[in-house]
Design a protein. Structure first.
Length: 94
């Protein structure tokens, strides 16, 4: 099973909001990730706002393509994307 790691960074002013929003991740998004073969996904937040995410997924390329078209992912991105200093899809992220 492919394992993928990537980095992100949260803007300091959004640290608490980032933590709060992740206490209630959309059920539809979690279910979609499972249907796309994600078996393990963890995000580690350092005190300085750096994040390291680790994911195990049956087919990473298929997962990436599917989430680019996903309404669930689009809704989640509206909630969190503005908080990132370094985004997962930018240089320095993936």
């Amino acid at each position: 099973m492919p394992r993928v790691g990537f980095r992100m960074k949260i803007k300091p002013e959004f640290r608490e909001e980032y933590i709060k929003v992740h206490q209630n991740v959309d059920t539809a998004l979690i279910e979609e990730y499972r249907m796309l073969g994600v078996t393990n996904y963890a995000i580690f937040l350092h005190d300085d706002g750096n994040l390291f995410a680790y994911m195990e997924c049956d087919d990473w390329a298929a997962f990436e393509k599917a989430v680019q078209r996903s309404p669930n992912q689009a809704e989640w991105s509206k909630k969190v994307y503005h908080m990132f200093e370094t985004k997962p899809d930018e240089a320095g992220g993936m």
